[in-house]
Structure formats: structure tokens, C-alpha cells
Ligand binder design. Structure first.
Ligand SMILES: [Zn+2]
Ligand SMILES: [Zn+2]
Length: 173
């Protein structure tokens, strides 16, 4: 599911927003996994991938908010998952079949629903705020601080209205 929100700060006029969810990003997924295998995300992650060649990454976007100072980041999760033991064989077979047809450097993307169903979390993503606190994932907060002046604003009313109209149209069909 995709979540999108836009804000217009009534205090300073700055416009900001965020987007959460999974996008189909084959090349990006392959690049992230390759970088993790090669150690670009640290030696720890490299060892994790060496221990389990079927390891997968959650590349979906989320909103992280600092519980201490209220600053936020909209970034990819990047938690690492291992396949469940009873699913390994099936996953390995499917992967091999896909790889046979693939060009160099291909890496079959594992999506949210597969991660939840067939995998378990091994390295949870920890997102730190510049103030040092650990940020908390929250994809639909009631308010979000303006990055420019710090005012805590609800999502843009115009945006909400447009979304409401869109869903009414969908219901009519
Ligand atoms: Zn903070
Ligand atoms: Zn502002």
C-alpha cells in the first residue's frame, strides 16, 4: 500500500511531503543487494549475506520520526531477512529458475508480502536521528514538523480533500 502526504507550513510557507510503500525497483533492489554483499553497508551485513545467500532486503519506503526532537526522515527500510527453513527449498528453486533467464547482475526482488510470509527478520533497520535518538517508524502521523521552521503541521487540507473526492469517484464505479 502506498501512503503519500503533502504539507504546506502556514507559518513559513515551506512545502514538504513524504511517500511510503513498495515500488517496483528491480535495478535498485539488485544494486542494494550487491552493495550489501560487497560490504558497502559494512562488514556485518557482508557476513550476514555470506552466511545466507538467499537473504533478502526490505526496500520499501517509510517515514521515521524522532521521539525526542521530532525531526523526520523518509527513507528505505533496508532491514535484512532470511528465508524460513521450510521455505528455503522453494525459494532457491524459484530463484534459480529466474536467474537462468536473466542477464548479468540480476537479482530477483523480494516484495513485502513474501518477506512477511516466507522470511524472518535478521537485521532490523535502526534509523538514528542527528540528535542521537533512535527514530520510530510511523507511516501516517497526524502531524509532521516543518523541516524549515519546526512548526508541527497536519497534512495539507487541499490534499486530503482531493483524496476524499478520488475515493468517492472510485466508490461510484
Ligand atoms: Zn532527534
Ligand atoms: Zn515552516
Amino acid at each position: 500500500m502506498e501512503i503519500k502526504a503533502n504539507f504546506k507550513c502556514p507559518k513559513c510557507g515551506y512545502e514538504y511531503g513524504y511517500m511510503c510503500g513498495a515500488d517496483k525497483t528491480m535495478n535498485l533492489y539488485a544494486r542494494i543487494v550487491r552493495d550489501m554483499r560487497e560490504g558497502k553497508y559494512g562488514e556485518g551485513i557482508k557476513k550476514v549475506f555470506a552466511a545466507e545467500p538467499l537473504a533478502a532486503v526490505d526496500v520499501s519506503r517509510h517515514l521515521w520520526i524522532c521521539p525526542e526532537c521530532g525531526k523526520w526522515k523518509n527513507r528505505r527500510d533496508l532491514s535484512v531477512y532470511f528465508p524460513n527453513d521450510d521455505k528455503k527449498e522453494k525459494i532457491a528453486e524459484a530463484r534459480e529458475a529466474t536467474m537462468m533467464l536473466a542477464v548479468d547482475d540480476y537479482e530477483p526482488q523480494v516484495y513485502d508480502e513474501e518477506l512477511r510470509r516466507d522470511y524472518h527478520l535478521v537485521v532490523p533497520s535502526v534509523v538514528r536521528c542527528e540528535c542521537g535518538a533512535e527514530m520510530v517508524k510511523n507511516d501516517s502521523p497526524e502531524t509532521l514538523k516543518c523541516p524549515k521552521c519546526g512548526e508541527d503541521n497536519p497534512p495539507d487540507a487541499r490534499e486530503q480533500k482531493r483524496t476524499a473526492t478520488d475515493s468517492t469517484i472510485q466508490l461510484d464505479w
